[in-house]
Design a protein around this ligand. Structure first.
Ligand code: AOS
Ligand code: ZN
Ligand code: ZN
Length: 426
């Protein structure tokens, strides 16, 4: 299904008057403070976040999965869902596919369909964390790290196959997230599995097209609980350096032990030109994959403060590939993704409002109080009207969630797809 944007605009008419009044007041205030509001709105409008194909259905835990009715049952419907998100929010302009959950039968057709929704293909994601039916060698004890040469070769070949599929679609990057690790001390020789992983990644890297990037994701634990081969940013960074200039570290917000200073990791990687990809989510305990900004919005702002600083000051770092990596166990996935997009753009916009010049001089003076004042001044600005403005100017909805609910879109999806359609994925 494709959303009829004229119905959204009709819906928004009632909200416009109050938006206009409040927007001009805020724009005036910010202009008086020296900000170029038009430029900020343009930056918000340009900021696009990829949606992973596995986040469109209900997620689950090892204890159960509660289906969300009208889930996309095939790749075409997943693309339609992202198209709808993009039509409403104007900020979800790309989809990130997962192989083998989303193998396109006819890549040309899928490419054209994606284009018709105004979307592009973000990174391709390989999967060597599950065994597939009829797979010859099991990944039970590892994939790219495996001591079983045959299993390792099979995992390398899978990643190469994913690159080839991505090439047909027009994707430009491969994300490798490895579950490889051990549950018990002594199970793995740390040096052997790291060396095997390094050799495997180098072989995959050698098959990357010239204009592609390789993103190496890290994670301290899960699914294994004693050790993970690529456990932290340092290991990922080292592997990326070993591979070469087209390999980068990918930061997933949920992949850190509690209280890790993620903004400092971001700053270090950008200074070294090696922050390639970013997975947004939020968490209280671990890789909880909750709605972005639902638990620690201030941390997200501090992370964006470093991202904005890096984007403005580190030409050695490529523009990062943004993606939401979340799982939806209790909310409608589409509504949850709208909330995540809003939280990402809010943190980004607030970071744009940090007076970098004043912050630099306060740091120079060691005026600790002033440094905090500057950050809080930006963080405490209510920027939602700027986001609304950017959306309207791009042709989206003033309030995506209100439009989604009032136009009863989920009800239509259930009618079209049936109550019990299930999305492939996590
Ligand atoms: C797993 O924890 C990672 O966050 C992955 O990025 C992702 O969720 C997975 O690759 C889905 O296929
Ligand atoms: Zn991730
Ligand atoms: Zn994760």
């Amino acid at each position: 299904m494709k959303i009829d944007i004229s119905r959204v605009q009709e819906h928004d008419k009632k909200l416009m008057e109050s938006h206009n009044q409040s927007f001009y007041f805020l724009a005036n205030t910010l202009e008086k403070q020296g900000f170029d509001v038009e430029n900020i709105i343009k930056k918000i409008a340009d900021f696009q976040v990829a949606i992973p194909s596995w986040a469109l259905g209900a997620g689950g835990t090892r204890f159960g999965r509660f289906s969300y009715h009208g889930e996309p049952g095939n790749l075409e419907q997943k693309i339609a869902d992202v198209g709808m998100l993009h039509a409403l929010t104007q900020s979800a302009g790309a989809i990130s596919l997962h192989i083998p959950w989303d193998v396109p039968e006819d890549p040309e057709k899928i490419k054209a369909l994606t284009k018709s929704h105004g979307l592009t293909f973000d990174a391709m994601n390989s999967n060597t964390f599950q065994d597939q039916p009829n797979q010859e060698h099991s990944y039970k004890f590892g994939s790219l790290c495996s001591v079983n040469t045959k299993a390792r070769e099979q995992a390398i070949q899978h990643n190469i196959d994913v690159i080839r599929i991505g090439e047909k679609l027009g994707s430009k990057s491969l994300t490798v997230w490895l579950a490889d690790g051990a549950n018990f001390p002594g199970q793995n020789n740390f040096q052997t599995v790291l060396k095997n992983t390094q050799d495997s990644l180098k072989q995959i890297y050698a098959q990357l097209p010239e204009d592609w990037k390789l993103f190496i994701e890290y994670k301290p634990y899960e699914p294994y609980f004693y050790s993970t081969v690529i456990q932290d940013w340092g290991t990922s960074f080292m592997l990326a350096n070993e591979c070469g200039p087209k390999a980068y570290t990918l930061v997933d917000l949920g992949h850190h032990l509690p209280n890790t200073n993620i903004e400092q990791i971001v700053a270090t990687l950008m200074m070294k030109g090696k922050l390639g990809g970013f997975h947004f989510n939020d968490s209280k305990y671990g890789d909880d994959d909750l709605t972005v900004g639902s638990i620690k919005p201030y941390s997200l702002f501090l992370i964006f403060n470093e991202l904005v600083y890096g984007m403005e000051n580190n030409p050695q770092n490529p523009y990062p590939a943004w993606m939401i990596d979340a799982s939806h166990n209790t909310k409608d996935p589409l509504e949850d993704l709208m909330q995540s997009l809003e939280a990402i753009l809010m943190a980004y916009t607030k970071a744009l409002l940090v007076d970098q010049k004043a912050l630099k001089s306060a740091q120079q003076e060691n005026d600790v109080v002033e440094c905090q004042e500057i950050l809080h001044q930006a963080y405490n600005t209510d920027v939602r009207l700027l986001l609304e403005r950017a959306r309207i100017l791009n042709g989206g909805a003033l309030s995506p969630i209100k439009a989604f609910r009032n136009l009863e879109i989920r009800k239509q999806l259930v009618l079209e797809r049936g109550k019990h359609s299930v999305a492939s994925g996590l």
